[in-house]
Design a protein around this ligand. Structure first.
Ligand code: WQD
Length: 337
């Protein structure tokens, strides 16, 4: 029996594949390379010794995805595949609704057809919207402020509705806070297309000389230093959370949401200072206007994941800063040769 990982060549997907193999799972990867490079598969083989079966498929293409279910004896799906750029989703909502939601429906239809009814879904803390007070808990009302976040909220609902229709389904909806860092080897890491939207890859590109300086999006939030506070979680801790969630969905039925965060919030300037200190580098920055749609403070309560998945984050901000820089300085152009 194998675990299908959609988006398994991506940043979080590839780190999760490595942890799955470390735990002796058989893995199959589906990815369309829209936000990933083929080189990742070579790096996974280098780190694990395993040649992972791979299918270059976009999940909206049902007839291209069907052979994956025909050729492999699948017991569960870890579903990462989806577009994830908040700003792009505002400019191109139909692209996001089609790829993320329609793609998930196609995937779930095939899961039903081939009797694969166990799923771990890559959701996001963005579903907590702007009307909740941190620390966020899974029972809070959901709302979203951009189409990307709306696709995550809708897909959570679709999965819950499918369980109501068929109680043999089991799913864990994993709400990520802010994944950063890289595998300790520095051989896999975050490799964004174009200009990074997210804080840490921008910082590492400043450190490696690809960008002149960091723009800090606002210092007038109601936080200790005025800059945005987020719950940064090491991507390897996040990957291990997927293994715990997979174990649970393999053993039970039902659908549960879990926050995957550390429970600690750090501001933008906290992260800049931690990165400079951990790596003995300087990160020039200037303060600019707020980014539309940003909230001031976001951090998790991960008590439910600890209690029900026996999972908690182990790595701290210094580890995240050290591992992010180790990846970037050893791969200045990411996975490009
Ligand atoms: C973090 C903090 C910014 C860049 C988003 C999505 C979430 C997930 C992760 C997909 C904020 C500040 C950032 C920069 C800055 N997306 N910042 N200068 O916005 O918390 O979450 O990305 O997986 O679903 O909502 O992450 O890294 O973009 O921003 O000052 O150049 O850094 O204002 O306070 P965010 P982020």
């Amino acid at each position: 029996m194998a675990i299908l990982v959609t988006g398994g060549a991506g940043y979080i997907g590839s780190h999760t594949v490595v942890e799955l193999i470390n735990e002796n799972y058989d893995v199959v990867i589906v990815d369309d390379y829209s936000n990933a490079k083929p080189e990742v598969l070579n790096r996974i083989k280098e780190l694990t010794g395993k040649e992972v079966p791979f299918h270059e498929v976009n999940i909206t293409d049902k007839e291209a995805l069907r052979p994956v279910f025909e050729q492999h004896d699948l017991e569960a799906v870890i579903h990462f595949a989806g577009f994830k750029a908040v700003g792009e989703s505002v400019a191109q909502p139909l692209k996001y609704y089609s790829n993320n939601i329609h793609g998930t429906i196609v995937l779930m239809e095939l899961m039903n057809e081939y009797d694969v009814k166990k799923m771990v879904f890559s959701s996001s803390a963005t579903v907590y919207g702007m009307n909740n007070e941190a620390p966020f808990t899974e029972d809070m009302p959901l709302s979203t402020t951009n189409p990307y976040g709306t696709t995550k909220m809708y897909i959570e609902q679709i999965i819950q509705d499918q369980f109501v229709a068929d109680n043999r389904w089991s799913a864990a909806l994993l709400r990520y806070f802010n994944p950063i860092g890289a595998h300790v080897s520095g051989r896999i890491g975050e490799d964004p297309n174009d200009i990074p939207n997210n804080l840490m890859p921008f910082i590492t590109q400043v450190a490696v000389g690809k960008r002149d300086k960091l723009s800090v999006f606002g210092n007038d939030y109601d936080t200790h230093d005025g800059t945005g506070v987020r719950d940064y979680i090491h991507v390897v801790d996040l990957a291990k959370g997927h293994i715990r969630a997979l174990e649970k969905v393999l053993e039970t039925e039902g659908v549960e949401a879990y926050n995957l965060g550390t429970g600690t919030g750090y501001s933008v300037l906290d992260v800049v200072k931690a990165f400079e200190s951990a790596n003995d580098v300087e990160i020039p920055y200037d303060i600019v206007d707020r980014r539309p749609g940003d909230i001031g403070t976001s951090y998790a309560s991960s008590a439910k994941a600890k209690a029900e998945l026996n999972w908690e984050a182990k790595l701290g901000l210094e580890d995240m800063c050290r591992d992010s820089w180790n990846w970037q300085k050893n791969n200045p152009n990411g996975y490009e040769a």
